[in-house]
Ligand binder design. Structure first.
Ligand code: NAD
Length: 379
C-alpha cells in the first residue's frame, strides 16, 4: 500500500493530513509513505521530521502521487490538483461536498474513489475517526481565546486592593462539540457562562459543565434531534420565539460565541443586526458557523469587524489557527480509519462497501457516485 500526503493549496489552510507520528504508524502497517515537500511546514512539521519518520520526500504533488493507492488531504483538491491523480486512487479528506456538490460527479468522472472524513457516521466504533469532533473541539477552545484577546476586559472576577472586577458573561449558542468546549474553556477562564441549543440532550451536558442552560421551549426541543444526533431545522414559530428570547439575553452579555450548524443546510441565522446593536460597546461576538453561511447576520468570512463598538469575529478555518494540534488530531483520525480497514496479513486497504463506516464516507466508487445525498436523479 502506498500513501501520498500532499501539501494543501487552499489559501489559509495550515493543516496537514499526516504527521511524522502517523507516518511511522503507516510504516508499521506495512505501507510506504510519500510526502510532498513542505506539506507540514505551516503546522511546524519539517521535511526532515517526515524523512526521519521514514517517509520519502517528493519535490512535487505529481511525484508524491506516483503509484499511490491512497492520497491524503485536508481540504478537497482543486481540479488543477486532481490532474495528477490516477484512476482508481482513493482520496481521503474533509471534502465539504455539501458546499460544492459538483465535485462529487467530477470525482466519479475521474475514477477517484472519494472518501469524505466529514461524513463519518457518529457511531461508537468510528469515534476515533471523527474529524468533525476533533476539529470542532479545537475550534470551540480557540473561539474563546480569540474572544478574550479582543475583549478589552478580564474574564474572571478579580478582587484587588483597587476594587473588584466583575466576571465576564459569556453566552454560547449551539452546545455540540465546539460549543461544549467553548463553555468549558470560558468557565476555566472564570467567566459566567450560559448556553442554548435546540436539542434536549444538550441541556444536561451544559449543566454538567457548570453553565446555565437557557431555552425558549423545552417541549419543542424533544423533537429537534435526528437519529444521527444532529439538529433538525426548527419551525418558523420556534425560530421567531427563539429570536425574541435571544434578543433579551444577548443584550446582557459581554461575549457571544455561536456554533450552530445543521448538516447539509445553511447555518441557522440566530443573531440579527439589532441584537448586535443591543450589546454594550466592547462586547465581542465569534461566529464559528461563518463558513456555513453564518449564525450572525453581520459576520464577514475571514474578517474581524467592529460595529457600534461590538467586535464580530468571522475567522475562517479556526482549527487551522491551531495548526499543529489540529493536524495531529486529524492525522490520527485518518490513521485510525485506514488502520481499521487494512488487512493485517496483506497490508492492503480494503474499503468493504457493506460496512457502515465505508457506506457513510464513500462519495464515489469505481467511477460512480455512491452516496445517497449526491446520486443523480433518475431520468
Ligand atoms: P453540529 O456541529 O452539527 O452543530 C452544533 C450545534 O448547534 C448542535 O449541538 C446543534 O444541536 C446546534 N444547533 C443547531 N441549530 C440550532 C439553533 N437553531 N439554535 C441553537 N443551536 C442549534 O453538531 P456537533 O457538534 O457535530 O454535535 C451534534 C451531536 O452529535 C451532539 O449531540 C454530539 O454530542 C454528538 N456527537 C456524537 C458522536 C459519537 O457518538 N461518535 C461524536 C460527535 C458528536
Amino acid at each position: 500500500m502506498k500513501i501520498a500526503v500532499l501539501k494543501e493549496t487552499r489559501p489559509g489552510e495550515t493543516r496537514v493530513a499526516a504527521t511524522p507520528e502517523t507516518v511511522k504508524k503507516y510504516l508499521g502497517l506495512g505501507a510506504s509513505v510519500s510526502v510532498q515537500t513542505g506539506a507540514g511546514e505551516a503546522a511546524r512539521f519539517s521535511d526532515a521530521d517526515y524523512a526521519d519518520a521514514g517517509a520519502k520526500i517528493c519535490p512535487s504533488a505529481a511525484d508524491a502521487v506516483q503509484e499511490a493507492d491512497i492520497i491524503l488531504k485536508v481540504q478537497a483538491p482543486s481540479s488543477e490538483e486532481m490532474r495528477v491523480f490516477a484512476r482508481g486512487v482513493k482520496l481521503i479528506g474533509i471534502l465539504s461536498a455539501y458546499n460544492a456538490p459538483d465535485t462529487v460527479p467530477a470525482y466519479a468522472r475521474m475514477g477517484v474513489d472519494a472518501m469524505a472524513m466529514d461524513f463519518m457516521p457518529r457511531i461508537t466504533r468510528a469515534q476515533s475517526m471523527d474529524v468533525l469532533s476533533s476539529q470542532s473541539n479545537l475550534a470551540g477552545y480557540k473561539a474563546v481565546i480569540d474572544a478574550a484577546a479582543y475583549y478589552g476586559r478580564a474574564l474572571p472576577m478579580m478582587m484587588t486592593a483597587a476594587g473588584t472586577i466583575a466576571a465576564a458573561k459569556v453566552f454560547v449558542m449551539g452546545a455540540g462539540v465546539a460549543g461544549l468546549q467553548a463553555i468549558a474553556t470560558a468557565r476555566r477562564l472564570g467567566a459566567v457562562v450560559s448556553a442554548t441549543d435546540v436539542r434536549f440532550a444538550a441541556k444536561e451536558q451544559v449543566n454538567s459543565l457548570g453553565a446555565t442552560f437557557v431555552t425558549v421551549d423545552e417541549e419543542a426541543m424533544k423533537e429537534a434531534e435526528t437519529e444521527g444526533g444532529y439538529a433538525k431545522e426548527m419551525s418558523d414559530d420556534f425560530k421567531k420565539r427563539q429570536a425574541e428570547f435571544v434578543a433579551g439575553h444577548i443584550a446582557k452579555q459581554d461575549i457571544v460565541i455561536t456554533t450552530a450548524l445543521i448538516p447539509g443546510r445553511p447555518a441557522p441565522r440566530l443573531v440579527d443586526a439589532d441584537m448586535v446593536r443591543s450589546m454594550k460597546a466592547g462586547s465581542v461576538m465569534v461566529d464559528l458557523a461563518v463558513e456555513a453561511g453564518g449564525n450572525v447576520e453581520l459576520a464577514r468570512l475571514g474578517e474581524a469587524i467592529e460595529t457600534n463598538g461590538v467586535t464580530i469575529l468571522g475567522f475562517a478555518n479556526v482549527p487551522g489557527r491551531l495548526a499543529a494540534d489540529a493536524s495531529s488530531l486529524y492525522a490520527r483520525n485518518i490513521y485510525n480509519f485506514i488502520a481499521a480497514f487494512t488487512d493485517k496479513e496483506s497490508g492492503n486497504f480494503f474499503a468493504d462497501p457493506e460496512d457502515d463506516i465505508i457506506k457513510g464516507v464513500s462519495l464515489t466508487r469505481d467511477g460512480k457516485v455512491v452516496h445517497a445525498a449526491f446520486e443523480p436523479e433518475e431520468a
